[in-house]
Design a protein around this ligand. Sequence first.
Ligand SMILES: *Cc1c(COP(=O)(O)O)cnc(C)c1O
Length: 369
Amino acid sequence: MQSLMPDSNNNNAKASIDKWVTAEVRAMKAYQVPSSTGLIKLDAMETPYTLPDALKQEWLSALGGVSVNRYPDPDSTELKVLIRSCFSIPDECGLMLGNGSDELIQIIAMLVGGVSRTFLAPIPTFSMYQQISTATATQFAGIPLAADFSIQAENLFEAIEQFNPACIFFAYPNNPTGNCFDPTTIKQILNNAPGLVVVDEAYFAFCQKSFVNEIATHPNLIVLRTMSKSGLAGLRLGMMLGNPEWIEQMEKLRLPYNSNILSQVSAQFYLQHHDILQQQAEQIRKDRSWVFREMSKISGIEVFPSEANFLLFRVDRSADTVFNGLREKGVLIRNLHDPSSPLENCLRVTIGLEQENRVFIEALSSLKI
Ligand SMILES: *Cc1c(COP(=O)(O)O)cnc(C)c1O
């Protein structure tokens, strides 16, 4: 009898992949996370701090009471109440939680993206906007930032005319450049955009500027927040704020149990101690100023002002050499070098513990750029 799967060698897989997977997705690369074993990890905008020991014990006993045999509360009811009070979210805003804000971007793309739709964003910016556009067959139009990483309003308005974008993304402050775009320009775009405007406030803890108060008067505005950059990257907890009618549409595309019970209980515990997370963010802001000043003293380095928990800098030689030199000295940062972009010879360092920042500065100085 003939087997239904005569042979499953690579050639056959390739043939069927070529047949069924779009050329755009075939050309994509999966998100790469380099190994950080044994290195000081300053590459991913994580917080270096954990809970004080006494609280850690309390947290573990809270987790001990969790029923993992049961499905979690699909609406994260208690957690949402706490989030609303911790972040002073106005009652008239809708709130939806995601498995990280990455998932929320994906839900936006499923709702308003797709074939013959376009998403727009100033570039360089957070890579997921383009990645998720491609994954959902949505066209992505990247509008280059000016040399000082500000938005070029006229180009953006022209692109809006040209592409009629279903959604425009602004990371505020922007990753990887660290600056906040001009809020007046963003408001003008909010008033004129044909579709949604997403203001992604992933770094809110370090900059405190927000568009949340514009939601009441702008039904096309979606604000994203995340707990990832302020202490809880491992939990995967993102928040979407917006007009309740829009959030209602988004909710239809959210998988029912996207926020697992350990994350819900942990996030509740941490948010009951929100003051600790805020103090940690405050410390990171201070340390950011110190690292900025120290980097500015090193010749051959141009460091850009930042309102986030990282600093972007350009070196006057090969970024690859600097990246590898730092890694040899035990420090992992992010190499953003791309000869065809404004990030030529640029790197990004996340603010870590005081001691880690010191090691980074010493290592960078010793490379004699
Ligand atoms: C890190 C980052 C995110 C992703 O956050 P998660 O909640 O961890 O998925 C979203 N937007 C921007 C701009 C980021 O830098």
